[in-house]
Design a protein around this ligand. Structure first.
Ligand SMILES: Cc1ncc(COP(=O)(O)O)c(C=O)c1O
Length: 389
């Protein structure tokens, strides 16, 4: 049976003017065959956000709740987030330990600045979410890449251990579910990470922005929920922005899982919290509280898109079907191209993806699956037809 998202055409989305359908030359651009470009590079969904979210934004405007954030609105949002995390992931966090930030990026910056020794390097498993490669450098910190093992992608504990030793880093950036590989790390894998981190007296920035986006009946495991040890060395950042498609509303959450960190945040977190948007906080409360049916529907739709990718025939391209997130990693190194694969497929197939090199994974590409299924089908068909024979 057709789903309402099936009716979203590329033309409709181009007219919508989102970054995904206008940036990187997508607006007005064509491929070598004169076909319009398909935007598949941003981690954003093409689906209109949930009704309760839209209602909350409208209500915030109608009631002139567009001024500075009131404590009561923060408290409501924290309670809603806590209830969602308890129900969905089995981890109960005191709402008082959930603080607002505009976005996860701000939370990372605050974590580096206030929870690590001045000047200390930052460890980043590779490939990684693109901006994480450069944010430490912008703060005067060295970013130390730690390649993941491949086939399947996994965190390389020995490499992490060695990188902590050689760099003197005190912070690991741990994204789970993982962007761009789509891995959903298991409790056992995370426990292995915790051991290494603890051995080096280090911290974990647990980026769990994609937490609600998991498949095959598997639930996200919050890193800090594993044990007292992980709760003591983790700072968790999340947001409703990926699961309910509202990153422009500027509301994320920092979860402080020990009292020392809560005290540090109370002292230093003001600037990070300050840019959080009031309508975003109200919309986030609505998403966590009333947006679950919408989310479940989206997850089942995305699952269908995963199936489409699984069935696609792209000889020479190793497509990793994500366990979590709506991002697929495509390793095109088997094609032996003499140019970045993303450039090849943008020109030859009109599909605009994120080049793997930007994620620290040259030869790969990141494809966003969160679009109408007919659009994804067309993208995959065009890519198959473009393959060198
Ligand atoms: C893994 C991951 N972390 C962080 C971000 C950035 O999130 P925010 O917009 O909340 O800064 C993204 C956005 O795509 C992401 O995928």
């Amino acid at each position: 049976m057709a789903h309402r998202f099936d009716a979203l055409t590329a033309d409709v989305m181009r007219a919508g003017g989102t970054w995904k359908w206008s940036g990187q030359g997508v607006a007005g651009g064509t491929d070598r065959h004169g076909r319009g470009l398909i935007g598949a590079f941003v981690a954003e969904m093409d689906f209109p956000t949930a009704g309760p979210v839209a209602d909350a934004v409208r209500a915030s405007v109608d009631a002139s709740r567009v001024g500075y954030l009131a404590d009561a609105w923060v408290a409501d949002m924290a309670a809603a987030c806590s209830a969602f995390w308890t129900d969905r992931f089995g981890w109960t966090v005191d709402p008082a330990r959930i603080r607002p930030v505009p976005d996860v990026m701000t939370a990372l910056v605050a974590t580096i600045e206030h929870f690590t020794p001045p000047g200390s390097p930052v460890l980043l498993p590779m490939p990684a979410y693109m901006p994480f490669l450069t944010v430490p450098g912008r703060l005067g910190r060295e970013m130390v890449p730690v390649p993941m093992t491949t086939d399947p992608f996994a965190l390389d504990l020995e490499a992490l251990d060695a990188a902590f030793t050689s760099s003197g880093s005190r912070l690991l950036v741990l994204t789970n579910p993982h962007n761009p590989t789509g891995r959903l790390f298991t409790a056992e894998e995370l426990a292995g990470v915790a051991e290494v981190v603890e051995r080096h007296g280090a911290r974990v920035f647990a980026d769990e922005i994609h937490a609600p986006l998991t498949f095959d009946g598997r639930a996200h495991v919050p890193y800090a929920s594993l044990s007292d040890v992980t709760a003591a060395h983790a700072i968790t950042a999340t947001s409703a922005s990926k699961a309910w498609n509202l990153p422009g509303l500027k509301c994320g959450q920092v979860i402080l899982s020990n009292s020392d960190d809560a005290a540090t945040w109370a002292e230093h977190g003001y600037l990070a919290e300050h840019s959080t948007a009031t309508p975003g906080v109200l919309a986030t409360t609505a998403a966590y509280t009333h947006g679950r049916p919408w989310l479940d529907d989206v997850l089942s739709y995305l699952d269908g898109n995963r199936a489409l990718l699984r069935e696609a025939s792209l000889p020479g391209v190793d497509a990793v079907v994500p366990e979590g997130t709506y991002l697929a990693w495509l390793d095109a190194s088997g094609l032996g191209l003499d140019e970045p694969a993303s450039a090849f497929f943008a020109r030859e197939a009109g599909v605009v993806m994120t080049d793997g090199a930007l994620c620290g994974g040259p030869g790969g590409m990141r494809l966003t699956l969160a679009t109408a299924r007919p659009v994804l089908a067309e993208a995959l068909e065009r890519m198959a037809a473009a393959l060198p024979s």
